[in-house]
Design a protein around this ligand. Sequence first.
Ligand code: G3H
Ligand code: 13P
Ligand code: ZN
Length: 315
Amino acid sequence: MGLVTTREMFERAAKGGYAIGAFNVNNMEIVQGIVEAAAEANSPVILQASSSAIKYAGPTYLKKMIEAAIEINKEKGMDIPIALHLDHGADFEICKECIDSGFTSVMIDGSKYPFEENVALTKKVVDYAHMHGVSVEAELGKLAGVEDDVNVAESDANYTDPKEAAEFVRRTGCDSLAVAVGTSHGAYKFKGEPRLRFDILEKISEALPENYPLVLHGASSVPQEYVEMCNKYGGKLPGARGVTEDLLARASKMGVCKINVDSDIRLAMTASIRKVFTETPEVFDPRNYLGKAREEIKKMISHRIIDVFGSQNKA
Ligand code: G3H
Ligand code: 13P
Ligand code: ZN
């Protein structure tokens, strides 16, 4: 099947009331853990790379690792749809570079700009991407700083406005839209009870064309078992908290077709490596601790795909 765009994945997800996991990749063990989990669950999957991931791994390494994963799936008779997506593209140039080098989807993140500038930048990327058959995700609304203790009027200002969302999608032609409904990036998302603004999510969906795919960034659930494991074995992550899995499951039935997860991969990896280092200080073979980290990533992603996002057997 090779790399695919997100178009068909999202169409089917929106109609079927489930979401596709979009997992951040930075190195070989992460790619392997994600792809093995998705292939065994017979699920479509999105592998996404941020600009810093591309810089860290090197664009050629990243691309070739993903091609290797696809080839291995084919050999095993476990061919699943995989999209390669640029996460948080900051400008037209990085989007163009990724489109030219074979990414099948890009995000242009103009959310930091005023509305009109975001529209103009997104439209420019959409025009170029569509000429090359590539899908575009855009963002409207601000994720960061939405905290439980911020007063309602202030925090409402950060959420995506449904009317603006409709105008934005119509004017830019973007293929999916990342919305701000209470999530934030990283491992410290909520001071109080985790909650999402499903009322706003519903209004956004209603304002957009039927089955229009929405994207949830900052959607790690920050499993407490990993936080505890990190802390037990010398880490320092006090009060780390994420979006609970029941909230994610609910969002995936409400028009959210893509759920972004990066922090949970970092946590699974760090927790398992810390455990090895503390319990067996004599170990110094990277295949030992990186192998355990890969297994933990795979386990966490299998669970997310099968029990939370609902994309098992949708390949
Ligand atoms: O949303 C951001 C992602 O977690 C990527 O983070 O830029 O550190 O790779 P990064
Ligand atoms: P988390 O930090 O919640 O994993 O979010 C990742 C993300 O949104 C990547 O774009
Ligand atoms: Zn993000």
